[in-house]
Design a protein around this ligand. Structure first.
Ligand code: FAD
Length: 526
């Protein structure tokens, strides 16, 4: 008769050695297929760059992310130095600093980098969660896109050089500060003011949600004195020569927020008191440009981030279900678990394929502020489709990511909620933030409804549904019928019983449209 070993030698080490040996790109045949499908002639070069990048982020950078995410390593602000100077230093752990340098030294926004390599690298990066790099990467991308169009002064050209290929071996980092205390969704209601000071502009007022507070530069929205139009300004965090002295450019960091997710990244409340600022683009087109370029790119990034976190969650849940046994058999042998793993895989794959497919369309159509009237009807429709799909993907993929990561956590049982057992709780907390920033769901679904109404004359809902689903898609007539019915409802902003019912259906339809788009892209990849 054999007795159990009272010291219980149970160990997770086999699971850990599998998990920690995964190379996010080299071990993901599906992702490689997606890259081959969309990257076209440059696929080999993208593949090579992704393999090289993945070797860093799957191992050393993953470890740095994990250490930086521990509570004792939370970033904080040091307002004064020991000699009474106001410095507002963002103090971050060495792990974050090493990770940040590693990532930005890749020169992801160099004009010489192939866009598909950039996308694949950003996707892979997001598998490690926020880690104080993915928000700054997204913000820098928006800043680069703005400056590509509007860098019309020596100062702005210098900033562009700094955040793309770097200056003196250092690659600059961007942030974006739009939201104010009275409302983040209603950007046109911003109160921050830009005042003339001779030939210069200076910013006054408060911004209430300022992430990537350690950045070198921020895109700031403000109204020129006396104007109701919003302008875009670029505000350096330090003027030339002042960074080493830690003398900030006319603003203070009042407080760092205590938040649920993206905790390795500071989100701060700022007061601007005469910060020197450079106008970016026409000052009466700031709203269209900040939404059409900056927020649109950030929303694309949210879709990519959601897909990446689902991919990691699905992979690790499957690995755990192979390793872990209950009642004498591996978890993956239980039909309930089997079905959940299949669903996790499907969501991860469809959202990855959808994000790459949408990126392809974005590259060919380009971004622009507002609905625009330029070009042929086909070009106009294509731009509209991309604009709407970016909002749709943002809201739907971010929503799916919280469900998928939570479901992956449940495969781990009680270990699923342990912060030091797996990355899943951190991905879950980050996913909750993704739902909210860059436009919360309600705001986006309402905007999409308004857009569809405004475009209905030249892009009827039936044509839109066909463009999303493909001309031969199953269920197209039902999709079209629902879209046509709901778009004819005059407004989602009037509180009555019928509108409430339409809102519920419209919300569900938005989610469905994204899944239809994603499954179409998935079909192209497999
Ligand atoms: C962690 C974190 C970091 C952030 N970092 C930044 C940053 O770096 N820079 C920056 O500018 N902002 C940042 N934000 C702010 C973020 O973009 C805003 O929180 C967001 O835009 C919503 O604004 P609000 O919080 O004021 O919500 P509100 O605008 O008050 O909205 C509250 C609710 O009302 C709904 N709602 C609002 N308007 C409508 C409408 N017309 N129709 C239907 N429903 C509506 C919204 O969907 C939401 O559900 C950050 C937010 C978070 C959580």
């Amino acid at each position: 008769m054999s007795f159990p070993d009272p010291s219980n030698p149970y160990s997770f080490d086999d699971f850990l050695s599998w998990r920690d040996g995964v190379d996010y790109y080299a071990d993901d045949a599906f992702l490689q297929e997606v890259v081959r499908t969309y990257a076209g002639a440059g696929a080999d070069a993208v593949d090579a760059r992704a393999r090289d990048f993945s070797k860093k982020l799957s191992f050393r950078w993953r470890q740095l992310s994990e250490v930086a995410a521990t509570p004792e390593n939370r970033p904080f602000v040091m307002h004064y130095d020991g000699h009474g100077h106001r410095i507002d230093r963002i103090v971050r752990p060495l792990e974050t600093l090493e990770l940040e340098r590693g990532v930005f030294d890749e020169r992801i926004f160099s004009p010489s980098l192939e866009p598909w390599a950039r996308l694949t690298m950003i996707y892979l990066l997001n598998q490690n969660g926020e880690s104080c790099v993915t928000c700054p990467v997204a913000c820098t991308e928006g800043m680069v896109a703005l400056l590509e169009r509007f860098a019309d002064s020596d100062e702005l050209r210098r900033v562009y050089a700094h955040i793309t290929d770097g200056l003196d071996g250092h690659v600059g980092i961007g942030a974006q500060y739009l939201s104010e205390i009275q409302g983040g969704s209603d950007v046109p209601a911003n109160l921050v003011e830009a005042r003339r000071d001779g030939a210069d502009w200076r910013i006054y007022g408060k911004k209430f949600f300022c992430s990537a507070t350690h950045a070198d530069y921020a895109v700031v929205t403000a109204k020129p004195t006396g104007s109701e139009q919003l302008g875009i300004f670029l505000v350096p965090s330090w003027l030339p020569g002042d960074k080493a002295l830690e003398r900030r450019n006319g603003f203070t960091i009042d407080r760092i927020k205590w938040k649920m997710g993206t905790s390795e990244l500071t989100t701060a409340e700022l007061t601007f008191d005469g910060a020197l600022a450079y106008p970016v683009g026409p000052l009466d087109r700031g709203l269209a440009n900040v939404v059409g370029i900056v927020l649109t790119l950030s929303r694309l990034n949210v879709g990519i981030s959601a897909a990446a976190s689902m991919a990691r969650a699905a992979r690790e849940a499957r690995g755990y279900a192979k390793f872990r046994t209950a009642f004498g058999q591996p978890l993956e042998r239980f039909p309930m678990v089997h079905a959940q793993l299949q669903s996790l895989d499907h969501f991860a794959r469809r959202s990855t394929a959808g994000a790459f497919g949408l990126y392809a369309r974005t590259l060919s159509s380009g971004l622009q502020g507002g609905l625009g009237t330029e070009g042929t009807l086909d070009e106009r429709r294509e731009r509209f489709l991309v604009r709407e799909l970016i909002m749709l993907q943002k809201l739907a993929a971010a929503w799916d990511a919280t469900d998928v990561v939570r479901s992956a956590m449940s495969i781990f049982g009680g270990h699923g909620v342990m912060e030091d057992f797996s990355v899943l709780p951190r991905l879950y907390r980050d996913a909750a933030v993704n739902e909210l920033w860059e436009g919360p769901r309600n705001v986006l679904v309402s905007q999409i409804h308004r857009d569809m109404q405004r475009a209905a004359q030249w892009f009827p809902p039936a044509e839109f549904a066909k463009a999303v689903a493909g001309p031969d898609a199953d269920g197209l007539s039902d999709l079209t019928h629902e879209l046509e019915t709901l778009v004819t409802h005059p407004s989602l902003q009037t509180l009555d019983a019928q509108t409430v019912e339409v809102c519920v259906r419209w919300d569900a339809l938005c989610q469905r449209l994204v899944h239809v788009w994603q499954d179409r892209c998935l079909g192209e990849c497999t």
